[in-house]
Design a binder for this molecule. Structure first.
Ligand SMILES: Cc1cc2nc3c(=O)[nH]c(=O)nc-3n(C[C@H](O)[C@H](O)[C@H](O)COP(=O)(O)OP(=O)(O)OC[C@H]3O[C@@H](n4cnc5c(N)ncnc54)[C@H](O)[C@@H]3O)c2cc1C
Length: 489
């Protein structure tokens, strides 16, 4: 029997798993997907917000303000890319100046440090390509950008290094409680546990309703993005926001930690909690809105588009706490933006809740804070590269020529705890396929390596989720039984 079952391996579930692993507990982290971080955590703006945006007094404000300063340590410990590049909320007119003044005051109320209202000249010095019509900005220096799925994967790996058991392809279909023991049932297994934590993003209301009185509703709200090639990387150096709109923080332009540029998102309520397609109208909205911030955005350098779903709760705030009618069932629901920024603080809060339910938690004195070294070949010096290649020649074989990713890095990503099993799983961990060719050249090699390392047929290797087969059969079936010999006169 488990002490704790965590349902959902997004940023909340993985952070909570890692924090609970600091105690002597038997923990299961389960997800219906075939990889960690396959929900909203893999499709967002990847900003660690400063914390001036959420209304004062909300859980969002409190946990964003507390979470933001916690990223330096965890990203350092787990070798996850994170840079505090600062954010700018632009003002285009007098009304907007009033809005950013209010945001500044709210930031002060929320306890946010290092904010400044800057004038037009200061703004244009910081961002020379910003639209001429801008008249000032709110500059928040503590905002950062992060490798969002890399963090969730690193947290899951480190949680496993510390004894957490990860179960993928487990779609929870029912939860019952008998004699203080929960029974969490999926089509292929049943988990027994003293505590259940619901971290299922846009599905959190359905999971809650399996065991507790329906108390909240989650509506999926979609955001769509353009990803620009690295050759566009000098267009902005900070996260560029527009004044917030009725449905969120508006369209932003931001560098990513790997040197691309992200433009988006829009904000559309959708009916279906799997509606992850991008749309011509949504992307057109993003394009039109973003051109207000920057006149020349090189959309001809677009290398990918994607969409993510915000888990919008009808309560308007994060819902974190033990269900009032089911002891030991803890909801971590309605974790819309700034959920990523708040995630370390959410995990701390949930540990306190578990501590109240399972009294006298004992520290795991063997807890390992860091994980096994990850080699980033492209970032190493020539001397380091030579030394690594002499130890393992697979680091001399470049598989992804856009991003300079080696066979050694891919093999390593497959064999770590919470390792990659799909083409996109490899892409999320070490990035072959994220460059300009988007996998056009390297995908067949990645499939080959996955098949070899996992002892599968190439036709069994999936791109991403279940039923995403890439190779369905051979195309050249004629066997040559005898070949004419080449004779040179
Ligand atoms: C467009 C957009 C932009 C955003 N930008 C930012 C930002 O810049 N900064 C920020 O701080 N926040 C941002 N957010 C919010 C942030 O992405 C989320 O708060 C965060 O990713 C939520 O993580 P989660 O773990 O709660 O949910 P998820 O990542 O969705 O994880 C839920 C998991 O539960 C699993 N699951 C669901 N149902 C079941 C089931 N029945 N059985 C088993 N498993 C199940 C899913 O497979 C999934 O892996 C943004 C969100 C969106 C959509």
């Amino acid at each position: 029997m488990f002490d704790v079952v965590i349902i959902g391996a997004g940023i909340c579930g993985t952070f909570i798993a890692r924090e609970l692993a600091r105690y002597k507990l038997r923990i299961a982290l389960i997800d219906r997907a075939n990889d960690v971080s396959n929900g909203t955590t893999k499709a967002n703006s990847a900003i660690i917000h400063a914390g001036y945006d959420p209304e004062h007094g909300t859980l969002m404000a409190k946990l964003n303000a507390k979470g933001n300063p916690m990223f330096d340590a965890v990203c350092n410990d787990l070798d996850v890319p994170f840079r505090r590049i600062g954010s700018l909320v632009l003002a285009f007119n007098q009304d907007d100046l009033h809005t950013i003044q209010k945001l500044y005051e709210r930031g002060i109320q929320n306890g946010i440090m290092d904010m400044e209202l800057i004038n037009r000249d200061q703004l244009h010095n910081l961002e020379p390509q910003i639209h001429q019509e801008t008249v000032g900005a709110l500059f928040a220096k503590t905002a950062g950008i992060i490798g969002t799925w890399e963090l969730a994967i690193a947290l899951a790996e480190n949680a496993m290094d510390n004894g957490v058991e990860l179960f993928l392809n487990r779609d929870v279909q029912s939860i019952h409680k008998e004699n203080s023991v929960f029974k969490v049932t999926t089509p292929n297994s049943t988990f027994r546990s003293k505590v259940v934590i619901n971290c299922t993003g846009v599905h959190a209301d359905k999971i809650n309703n399996m065991i507790a009185t329906p108390a909240f509703k989650i509506r999926p709200r979609r955001g769509e993005y353009y990803v620009l090639d690295k050759t566009a990387s000098d267009i902005v150096h900070h996260v560029i926001f527009q004044p917030p709109r009725k449905l969120g923080k508006g369209v932003l332009i931001t560098p990513t930690v790997h040197g691309n540029v992200l433009v988006g998102p829009n904000s559309d309520y959708v009916l279906h909690d799997e509606a992850l397609e991008t749309t011509a109208s949504g992307l057109d909205f993003v394009r039109q809105m973003s051109l207000r911030s920057l006149k020349n955005i090189p959309f001809n350098k677009t290398i990918n588009m994607f969409a993510g779903l915000r888990a919008e709760p009808d309560t308007g705030d994060f819902i974190i706490g033990e269900s009032p009618d089911v002891k030991g069932f803890i909801n971590v629901a309605g974790i819309k933006s700034p959920g990523l920024s708040a995630s370390p603080a959410i995990a701390e809060l949930v540990v306190e809740l578990v501590d109240q339910t399972l009294p006298a938690l004992k520290l795991n004195t063997n807890f390992k804070v860091t994980r096994k070294k990850v080699y980033h070949f492209a970032e190493m010096s020539n001397t380091e590269k030579s030394a690594l290649i002499s130890r393992d020649p697979r680091y001399a074989r470049i598989i992804c020529r856009c991003e300079n990713i080696t066979e050694g890095e891919i093999v390593n990503a497959i064999h770590r705890n919470a390792g990659a099993t799909t083409v996109d799983g490899v892409k999320k961990r070490v990035r072959p396929g994220t460059g300009r060719c988007q996998g056009g050249f390297c995908m067949p090699r990645v499939i080959e390596i996955l098949a070899r390392e996992l002892n599968h047929e190439m036709s069994e290797i999936l791109k991403d989720e279940l039923d995403s087969q890439i190779i369905t059969g051979t195309t050249k079936t004629t066997e040559i039984v005898e070949r004419e010999e080449l004779t040179v006169a």
